[in-house]
Design a protein around this ligand. Sequence first.
Ligand code: AMP
Ligand code: MG
Length: 423
Amino acid sequence: MRPAINPFGPLKPLDEALAELLAQARPLPGTDRIATMDADGRVLAQDCISALQVPPQDNSSMDGYALRCADVAAARLAQPTELPVELPISQRIAAGSAGEPLQPGSAARIFTGAPVPAGADAVLIQEDCEALAGAGLGRVRIHAMPRPGQWIRSAGEDIRRASVVLAAGTRLSPAGLGLAASIGLHQLEVARRPRVALFSTGDELVMPGAVPPAQMRPGAIYNSNRFFLRAMLLRLGCTVSDLGIVPDRRDATMQALQDASAAHDLILSSGGVSVGEEDHIKPAVEALGRLDLWQIAMKPGKPFAYGQVGPAHFMGLPGNPVSSFLTFALLVRPFVLRLQGALAVAPKALPATAHFAWPRADKRREFLRVRHNPAGGLELFGNQSSGVLTSATWGDGVVDNPAGQTIAPGDSVAFIAFSELLS
Ligand code: AMP
Ligand code: MG
């Protein structure tokens, strides 16, 4: 059956495009063994399994006195109620020292992080006690009744022995590095960095620095995509070969692709991905490998290409800066993470309240640049054009607005923070 005629051409739903890309993104062979200290942002290639429990022993979470609750209760019964209970101090345990089993009927002076001595079942904070000078270490006067377990961090409450603390496929965060360190791992096995070749197409493009603004010829614009694409790739753990600007010619485009294909896992380009006469990506990639040119049902960012040149994946992004930025964030980012074996690659969308109106529905799923206002709602950037990159610095994220959907102030919308898309 022929599909119904669609004025936008045969559009491919974004989720379908993403699923097809992820199906191609087999994890790269090879891993790196690197210092835990240097592993932020990398993807674990192996489970981190703990050979110990954390904390290793019961320890005090406060400065105070470790004691046995029953000793306090017994002392209480053994004397007139108007007198405060006192216990002799039998030892002093600082963090880093082990202490001795608690002598019955005594208290141990203890400090935060120090192991609770065997026989003690509670810590009384020093604010509820009074230290009294006397023979030996003196005595402690107790002004509150302890409850069993209080101010004790139990052994293994954070991590149990033999448990998987961080699973293979986890992308490491600063907290993840700390957690790996807390079980003694000074090195980690991580996926190797994807090698990405990046180039821009477009004869109108000029590199900042090459020509001062006052001398730009008519029709020329500065190459902005190269800057954010490279930065986003680096954040994702890739090594980037920056091939610069490739002229709008088939031979030059083919040469760039061929040069890059052998030593890279992914070739990423921006611009020239439509089917105009000046768009050379399609014929060039097809001459060397294979290419699917997609019209994705997303706005901004309709044209997108995926293919293969030799052993390398190829992805072609639209030239318009916001389209390039968002197609990278929503399609290339998950792909590059999956090449590293990352399991979680989808950005998290959270409900938020629109403090704006979007009265005209679009046939495509839209990603509207918005930011939170002090009243707890979302405001819309005034110009949602795909060329206006200011929207992406003004905003703190996008509203993921389904096709055919209008928005009225007060509506609940799906918000994706830029931190979800750019980290
Ligand atoms: P294209 O996809 O090549 O048709 O380009 C679409 C629009 O994006 C045109 O207005 C181009 O000038 C612009 N454009 C393409 N590449 C870049 C780039 N690297 N930086 C800034 N603008 C670009
Ligand atoms: Mg172009």
